[in-house]
Design a protein around this ligand. Structure first.
Ligand SMILES: NC(=O)c1ccc[n+]([C@@H]2O[C@H](COP(=O)([O-])OP(=O)(O)OC[C@H]3O[C@@H](n4cnc5c(N)ncnc54)[C@H](O)[C@@H]3O)[C@@H](O)[C@H]2O)c1
Length: 393
């Protein structure tokens, strides 16, 4: 049996994939690259035979079939490009790319090399969101007109500080629209629709401004609206601090379904009272079961989503279908976060999202390298919070 050799780059988030990968008979966790000695040591305790590499280039020399990019949020695209140039398949944590120019480079590298690429967006693969995909797909809700997603990740100051090590760490400079895959990803996966235009408004928080010693993104959340190619409206946050659990809702012409917020992992489906399908209730709340692999998914993180992303990617490596979250959808989600941020700085102006499958659209943005993430000298070309001047600190 062929054994797929996987390398992991970054062992904070990356560590959570080790037990999942070890569960597949045809996978060898072959090598790691991590500069933090403590994290590296604990990964090597789990996989004693793996090679510890000095840097990413050395990792790519380990005869790998695939690399898992779990390094810094804004450095995935450059690594994905290097890997695909060497014929190594890419499983990339969010986000695909930090600038529009790097979205173009990523897509064109995948096209030219025939590289296999998947953005490892996990939230769409909870039992609740898979059930809502089934419900929207069966058609009883009618055409989907509206969908919303709220991803809330709040924690105490000490925890935020621990998640933000170093003056130029990406979490200190992350605008509220950029971490968009956990909301937009589920909306795209459930409906099958692509965003074509975006606008956004960010809302400043005085409380977050008090954390200025280590974080400069003082907005509590940004709310984005996208018109889709299916004529629907998506309304969603990036990573938000809105004080409630995350939640998702899909509204069709005949009724709606939702999960999260006060429902936890249950799903509610409600039909207009005059359009209740035969054999259904007008409104029902239930805990959905897994379509398959429930026992394995149950053991993995993020409501089972971490299992499904790895499972889908391995199927792809084995010659199975291209995953839903391919390079075009990855680039599109990054572009929504990037252009949503530009919109919020222009008072909510509506901006068209490039269609990265089209060269003419790529040409419009191929030199657009504006970024809120600092280089090694702390230089940025965009502010990361509303009301904050570029390089104004
Ligand atoms: N999908 C999810 O649910 C989920 C959850 C957590 C994090 N993430 C994503 O995972 C990525 C990593 O986030 P994180 O939470 O692990 O925090 P992080 O970005 O601080 O961790 C990155 C890790 O990579 C290592 N690293 C980075 N550059 C390196 C280099 N050049 N050489 C060696 N080691 C290097 C760092 O030492 C660190 O341990 C981010 O993109 C984040 O968005 C996704």
């Amino acid at each position: 049996m062929k054994s797929y050799r996987i390398g992991l780059f970054g062992l904070w988030r990356g560590m959570s994939f080790i037990p999942i990968l070890k569960g597949f008979e045809d996978v060898t966790v072959a090598a790691f690259c991590e500069k933090d000695e403590g994290k590296l040591k604990s990964a090597l305790e789990q996989v004693p035979g793996a090679k510890a590499c000095r840097d990413f280039d050395e990792l790519l020399e380990q005869n790998l079939d695939a690399v898992f990019l779990c390094n810094y949020f804004h450095q995935h695209a450059e690594c994905a490009v290097k890997a695909m140039e060497r014929g190594i398949a890419v499983f990339s944590e969010c986000t695909s790319a930090p600038t529009l120019a790097s979205c173009v480079k990523l897509v064109e590298t995948a096209e030219r090399t025939g590289g296999r690429y998947m953005i490892a967006e996990n939230y769409p693969f909870s039992a609740a969101l898979l059930e809502m995909k089934r419900l929207c797909g069966e058609g009883t809700l009618g055409r989907i007109l509206y969908a919303e997603g709220e991803y809330n990740h709040t924690c105490p100051k000490e925890e935020l500080a621990a998640l933000t090590p170093g003056k130029y760490h990406w979490r200190a400079w992350l605008p509220r629209t950029y971490y968009v895959t956990h909301t937009l990803g589920p909306l795209m996966h459930v409906t099958g629709q692509m965003p074509v235009k975006v606008n956004a408004i960010a809302v400043h928080s005085d409380v977050l401004e008090q954390y200025d010693d280590f974080r400069h993104n003082y907005d509590a959340f940004a709310m984005m609206n996208c018109v889709t190619d299916g004529g629907a409206l998506f309304r969603f946050t990036g990573c938000a601090a809105m004080g409630s659990p995350s939640g998702y809702r899909f509204v069709g012409e005949n009724g709606s379904c939702e999960t999260g917020r006060t429902l936890g992992s249950s799903v509610n489906v409600t039909y207009h009272h005059w359009l209740i399908p035969e054999g259904r209730q007008g409104s029902q709340t239930y805990a959905p079961s897994w379509p398959a692999n429930g026992e394995l998914a149950e053991r993995a993180g993020h409501g089972g989503g971490d299992f499904w992303t790895v499972y889908n990617f391995l199927e792809y490596l084995r010659g199975g279908p291209e995953p839903f979250f391919n390079v075009y959808r990855g680039a599109c989600m990054s572009a929504v976060g990037i252009l949503g941020w530009r919109s919020s700085m222009e008072d909510g102006k509506t901006i068209r999202i490039p269609d990265f499958t089209k060269k003419a659209d790529r040409d419009l943005v191929r030199d657009d390298d504006l970024t809120p993430f600092p280089d090694e000298n702390g230089r940025v070309t965009l502010p990361c919070a509303t009301g904050k001047a570029v390089n104004g600190r």
